[in-house]
Design a protein around this ligand. Sequence first.
Ligand code: NAD
Length: 284
Amino acid sequence: MTLIDGKAISAKVKEEVKIAAAGLSAKGVTPGLAVILVGEDKASATYVASKEKACVACGINSYPYHLSAQTAETALLELIDELNADENVDGILVQLPLPKHIDTNKILEKIDPSKDVDGFHAVNVGRLVSGLEAFVPCTPLGIMRLLAEYGIATNGANAVVIGRSNIVGKPMANLLLNANSTVTITHSRTKNLAEICSQADILVAAIGKPNFVTPDMVKDGAVVIDVGINRLENGKLTGDVDFDAVAPKCSFITPVPGGVGPMTIAMLLQNTITSARNRLKRSK
Ligand code: NAD
């Protein structure tokens, strides 16, 4: 069994980003990422802080917008309009979840698709499904990079994704399909889940339930990717996979923490670089 080291691969991606950012800055295009946080949710504030810190460490300008929980939807839409028009901003990220009085879809659809570094805009979703160049959500994009780094073949592989969210499950399934896997998407209403999962060469768990994936759901020699981040009562972080019981059956497995998690921010930075490169091309 090989442990997939997301920390090491994310460090490699960040190093690539640093070099690319310096090259772009030398040509007068310093990459910039606007990060919008609405409200005081603690977990969101922590995520946003790590994203802003990672930008600065890699030579990307960070434009933080920390707004009160009472911010009106119209005010947020106006801010996005301003950022859409701002030449120095290559990426716009709105940290989710938003307060209940704000329509999340309306906000995400307001972001210019060419600055949608989270890949949540319907234009980018459609482009991904069509197999066109697109901004792809960072977590599944990071998983594809992990598979590539470890030489894990997707071509013809039987891939099963547990979870159908717009952030992880659906884009993950589309990326694997585009990479020639035979893909099954499963979810909370799926019948015979364990049986379906036990056929998988590549099993991706994105559920949000600790220790959900047990050894009976895993084929001998499978690649198991654990996206889950669950905080246990004792404060410990754990994934969706019963790691100790499942790991001995796997050819490759991601740990939690230190597997998929670190890749998400690294791919956000990479997407921002892609957008800045597009800006440079437009300016020529
Ligand atoms: P979500 O709640 O939007 O989706 C969960 C999915 O799990 C749903 O599609 C649901 O149908 C499915 N599900 C729930 N119960 C099930 C069951 N009993 N059997 C089969 N499927 C079931 O969550 P999400 O945003 O996709 O996130 C999933 C997990 O991944 C969470 O733990 C989240 O914290 C984590 N996450 C991690 C990263 C990262 O950077 N590593 C990024 C995003 C999400």
